[in-house]
Design a protein around this ligand. Structure first.
Ligand code: GTP
Ligand code: MG
Length: 176
């Protein structure tokens, strides 16, 4: 049976500086800043979206990529309905970290049926084509191999942010 909840908790994970906070600020407040301010611990923002004429309240949790600021432990993973994994297309390291963030999430959250848990991977900063180091061909093949949906986004230019949140919310709602 499809899940019929009007509130979804979504956790956003990924290395420091990939643009997690920027994605949320763009999605929730339609804002973008070039200035980097590291997130400390974790915090959430709420936004209502409409999917198939149904109002869904999203509680989106922003987390710290920097290890020394990950002070809250696992408490904020608990009860998550979906997880967004973010890398930066100009950082090979951040791309290589995605699988360990996914594993970290599964370890900490311990969802039922982990193999079908809704994950989406975002390759952010797609406006920085000139600095790209993770090619579309490479990331697409990787996504196929890992059976993960992948979308390239830009918090700066507002590219496919709404799509990404709607897509992961749909996955969470469809889940049994
Ligand atoms: P932590 O809080 O340390 O985990 O980092 P974060 O993942 O939240 O990164 P944040 O959103 O703070 O962004 C880091 C830097 O990248 C900032 O200077 C942002 O302005 C910049 N940035 C974020 N998204 C984009 C994007 O889509 N394009 C470009 N060009 N810059 C971006
Ligand atoms: Mg942040």
């Amino acid at each position: 049976m499809a899940k019929n909840r009007s509130q979804l908790k979504i956790v956003v994970l990924g290395d420091s500086n990939v643009g997690k906070t920027s994605l949320l600020n763009r999605f929730v407040k339609s804002e973008f800043s070039q200035n980097y301010k590291a997130t400390i611990g974790a915090d959430f923002m709420s936004k209502e979206i409409i999917i198939d004429e149904k109002h869904i309240s999203l509680q989106v949790w922003d987390t710290a990529g920097q290890e020394r600021f990950q002070s809250l432990g696992a408490t904020f993973y608990r009860g998550a309905d979906a997880c967004i994994l973010v890398y930066d297309i100009t950082s090979k390291n951040s791309f290589d970290s995605i699988i360990s963030w996914k594993q970290e999430f599964l370890n900490q959250c311990g969802p039922r049926q982990p193999e079908t848990f809704p994950f989406i991977v975002l390759g952010n900063k797609c406006d920085l084509e000139k600095d790209r180091v993770v090619s579309i061909a490479k990331s697409n093949q990787w996504a196929k191999d890992h059976e993960l949906p992948l979308i390239e986004t830009s918090a700066k230019d507002d590219v496919r942010i709404q799509d990404a949140f709607v897509e992961v919310s749909r996955m969470a709602m469809k889940r049994e």
